[in-house]
Design a protein around this ligand. Structure first.
Ligand code: GDP
Ligand code: MG
Length: 145
């Protein structure tokens, strides 16, 4: 999910391009202002932490771009593309390492496990919004069976 800072800074296209260039396949995407209720569920693991309320307020401060990217090891690949939580510890070449400075405004959220991804996809998308499609270029990206 591209966070409000990514949208406000005009980085939506650049961030999406990183996932496309890598070879992951876009399955769903939308543009919305998330409700407080949705964010409380999304960030449930952080409830009670000092940064929780400011985090929810910040993510609610403008529109965001939730997306579903599919592919082998997609969660691991996405987290590698995104970089570390703290951009100052994120190497060049990563989204946060190249384009962000401080932890809160680190441009993008990425699911941290397949279980989290399934839970978060369920929170942000209806089943019918997930587009199952065949990408012609996949034969040049994926190992054949
Ligand atoms: P992520 O999975 O790398 O996004 O990191 P976490 O799940 O640990 O934290 C969720 C989000 O909360 C981060 O991406 C930051 O936007 C924010 N956050 C995490 N830790 C801190 C912190 O120590 N201070 C502040 N201000 N924000 C934090
Ligand atoms: Mg996390």
């Amino acid at each position: 999910m591209i966070k409000p800072d990514g949208v406000q800074r005009g980085l939506v296209g650049k961030i999406i391009a990183r996932f496309e260039e890598k070879g992951l396949k876009l399955e769903a995407l939308k543009f919305l202002r998330p409700s407080e209720c949705l964010l409380h569920q999304h960030y449930a693991e952080h409830q009670g932490k000092s940064f929780f309320e400011p985090l929810v307020k910040y993510i609610q401060s403008g529109p965001v771009v939730p997306m579903v990217w599919q592919g082998p090891d997609a969660v691991k690949i996405a987290r590698t593309l995104i970089g570390s939580t703290n951009p100052s510890q994120s190497p060049p070449g990563t989204i946060r390492g190249d384009m962000a400075v401080q932890t809160q405004k680190n441009l993008i959220h990425g699911s941290d496990s397949v279980t989290s991804a399934e839970r978060e996809i369920d929170l942000w998308f209806d089943n019918k919004e997930l587009i199952g499609w065949d990408r012609d270029g996949d034969k040049w990206v994926l190992e054949s069976a």
